[in-house]
Design a binder for this molecule. Structure first.
Ligand SMILES: *Cc1c(COP(=O)(O)O)cnc(C)c1O
Length: 372
């Protein structure tokens, strides 16, 4: 039986160090905040090349903290790709802003810069919302087209929020994911490229003022100390146990995991060329951290049947994502779109994500490929 993302195999490989890390926190009895958390924040900021890292409870809160720091709210348009995990649109919707759903590229799966500019112009023309933020998602591990997005955002005076929940470790021309946004976020949900043993997240920025605002919002809007509350915030902290585990996992991630998962993706790519499946495209200069290896089945192929057949051979697959955001009931009357977002809808019909992780073996990938 092949695991979709084999966290047991990873634990077996890292067990002595992870067990030590957990024991160290238990012995210290510092379960919230403290040295482990601040050491991790420093290591994460160094790795991605950002001035500040503020850890928090999950990747959804990370998005909310950024939007809170910028004072986003009712009447503001927040541009979001239509093909992403729900949380990307949920965070702006939750604080009363309007997610504006933009179509994605059919091969990179990331927000289409041309469609983005059309959506911004449509919002300006219509006049009921003020364009404020673009949430660029680095879907499945691949950074979005930041040169083009930055250019558009500069022209229209918008901020970039990079949702790198799936892309920790990805890069463009050597610059790492989590450093492309005015604020960038990530998630340490167990199955993400860098996952912990529960929930966790972080925000990154070079801006001192936003960093201190997010630190405040994450701890009940604290002022000079926890019992001086100067704004209404939330309670969103990363546990010390998770921080200690993440420090071990970050070392393995840098040492061999990121490289190993790229080798696995290369092997899939070589094996699937000519198979008729559409393969994920990594444009020149980009490097993915492969949260998912997502192919597009040929038109007319019965995806349910393919999944069923693979399942029968002990091979799990997933559909990320079965619906574009504009078809999510929760966003009806909440989100807007100014286009039919055809590419997003088409992807939802054909995508299939295959098992991938740093400990996947060639023989296992051979089985996936021949079962497809
Ligand atoms: C996982 C994910 C999130 C949310 O992260 P959580 O830690 O689960 O809250 C946000 N955006 C994207 C694109 C994600 O994949």
């Amino acid at each position: 039986m092949i695991q979709f993302r084999d966290l047991q195999r990873q634990y077996a490989a890292l067990k002595p160090d992870i067990d030590d890390a957990i024991a160290r926190v238990c012995a210290s009895a510092h379960f919230i905040g403290g040295d482990e958390v601040s050491a991790l924040e420093g290591e994460l900021a160094d790795f991605v090349g950002a001035t500040h890292c503020v850890s928090c409870a999950n990747g959804t809160d990370a998005l909310s903290l950024a939007l809170m720091a910028w004072g986003i709210g009712p009447g503001d348009a927040v541009f979001v790709p239509d093909f992403t995990f729900f949380a990307t649109a949920e965070a702006p919707a939750h604080i009363g802003a309007t997610p504006v759903l933009v179509d994605v590229g059919a091969q990179t799966y990331n927000i289409d810069p041309q469609k983005l500019e059309q959506a911004i112009q449509a919002v300006i023309e219509e006049g009921s919302l003020v364009p404020k933020v673009v949430v660029a998602v680095d879907l499945f591990g691949l950074p979005a087209d930041y040169p083009a997005i930055r250019c558009i955002c500069n022209n229209y005076g918008l901020l970039i929020l990079e949702d790198a929940a799936q892309a920790f470790g990805g890069s463009y021309k050597g610059q790492r994911a989590c450093s492309f946004g005015d604020i960038s976020t990530t998630s340490f949900f167990p199955a993400k490229p860098l996952g912990c043993y529960g929930d966790g997240g972080a925000v990154f920025t070079d801006n001192d003022e936003w960093a201190s605002l997010m630190r405040s919002y994450a701890v009940h809007g604290k002022g000079s100390m926890k019992y001086d509350n100067v704004r209404v915030g939330i309670n969103s902290r990363l546990d010390a146990v998770q921080a200690a585990i993440l420090r071990v996992k970050l070392a393995a991630f840098k040492d061999h995991e990121l490289d190993a998962i790229n080798k696995a993706a290369d092997y899939y790519h070589a094996s699937l060329e000519g198979s008729g499946c559409g393969l994920p495209v990594v444009p020149a200069g980009y490097y993915s951290s492969w949260a998912q290896y997502t192919v597009r089945l040929p038109k007319g192929v019965d995806r349910d049947a393919v999944q069923e057949r693979l399942k029968g051979q002990g091979i799990p697959t997933m559909v990320y994502y079965p619906k574009p955001l504009h078809q999510q009931p929760a966003l009806k009357g909440v989100a807007r779109r100014f286009d039919d977002n055809e590419a997003s809808s088409a992807l939802c019909q054909t995508v299939l994500s295959l098992p991938i992780h740093p400990y996947l073996e060639k023989g296992e990938m051979d089985r996936v490929v021949s079962g497809l």
